[in-house]
Design a protein around this ligand. Structure first.
Ligand SMILES: [Zn+2]
Length: 321
């Protein structure tokens, strides 16, 4: 679904979702893809939002729908894809399409055609598509895709809504790398951590645990075994996990005081909820309690008890303050 791309393409996703919600679809979109590697998946996700009845308003992932399956297999008959034939996209390639698509679509259903590498339309192809864009057919949506928008005719550009995709996410902006930077600096451990298959899972487990604890408070004690100690079963992992907890609560604090989130931007909603449920003072007090517990890891043989005592301390802190 389109939301799957929100982190990488927030603007494009918002624009497209809004136009669907407000029923303000246009008949021609020009996707300026800027080398975005998931452009095809993105565009098909948009098409699913247009065509799949389950997807249309809910923006939820659709399961087991024949239409979505056919779209995934690129064989849905009402979506035509045109690619350059050799160096160019030729007029003949567009003629068949136009003939077929100029018939009205079946009532209520939409037809879509995609022209990949639209900058490769030769002059006669470009003129022919231009006519098509000038006389739109009800329920037919054109999607032009290009990495080089300025190689297209101005007259074509001006008849399309432009959806500009951002280049790929720069990796150093990722949560994983930011966590690595904060915790390991530029030590060797940083690379080891980034190359490990478990790192993302570890961070997710910690975040899940925090959210679970914030929701259930003292009752979370019943699940420290399941949600904590099953994953964090030695001193190094505990040390790391408490560090991540500190970073997470620091972002809660960032939110609370109106600063930008430093690391966990993906968790905006969760962080908002946590920040709403406590004062700045309480957040600081939690951070200092995590620091205290972290200090005890070196001497403590029972790591599980440490987490239990942390939860109790954090809760007690809130009552007393
Ligand atoms: Zn579907």
């Amino acid at each position: 679904m389109l939301d799957d791309f929100y982190l990488e393409q927030p603007l494009a996703v918002s624009i497209l979702k809004n136009s669907i919600k407000k029923n303000k679809l246009v008949h021609a979109y020009l996707f300026e893809t800027n080398g975005y590697s998931k452009k095809e998946d993105f565009i098909f996700s948009f098409i699913k939002s247009l065509l799949c009845p389950n997807n249309f308003f809910a923006f939820a992932n659709c399961e087991n729908c024949v239409l979505c399956q056919q779209l995934d297999d690129r064989c849905y008959p009402e979506v035509k894809i045109i690619n350059p034939d050799g160096m160019w996209i030729k007029k003949e390639q567009l003629d068949d399409l136009q003939q077929e698509f100029s018939k009205k679509a079946i009532v209520g259903s939409k037809k879509v055609y995609i022209i990949n590498n639209a900058e490769k339309m030769n002059a006669s192809a470009a003129n022919s598509i231009l006519k098509f864009l000038e006389e739109p057919v009800v329920n037919v949506i054109a999607i032009l895709v290009t990495d080089n928008m300025y190689q297209l005719l101005d007259t074509i550009i001006s008849r399309c809504q432009i959806i500009s995709l951002k280049k790929n996410f720069i990796k150093s902006d990722s949560e994983l790398e930011l966590v690595a930077d904060y915790i390991f600096g530029d030590s060797e451990k940083r690379l080891e951590f980034l190359n490990s298959d478990d790192s993302v899972d570890m961070i997710n487990n910690i975040k899940n645990f925090i959210c679970y604890y914030e929701k259930n408070k003292l009752s979370a004690l019943l699940y420290t075994q399941k949600f904590w100690f099953n994953y964090f079963n030695d001193k190094d992992k505990n040390q790391f996990a408490y560090d991540v907890m500190i970073l997470y609560y620091r972002d809660v604090l960032n939110f609370k005081v109106g600063h930008e989130l430093a690391i966990f931007k993906n968790d905006y909603d969760k962080i908002l909820n946590i920040a709403d449920s406590m004062s700045e003072y309480e957040i600081c007090s939690k951070i200092s309690k995590i620091l205290e517990v972290k200090e005890k890891i070196k001497n403590n043989l029972n790591l599980n008890l440490l987490m239990d005592s942390l939860i109790i301390n954090m809760e007690r802190g809130e009552v007393n303050d």
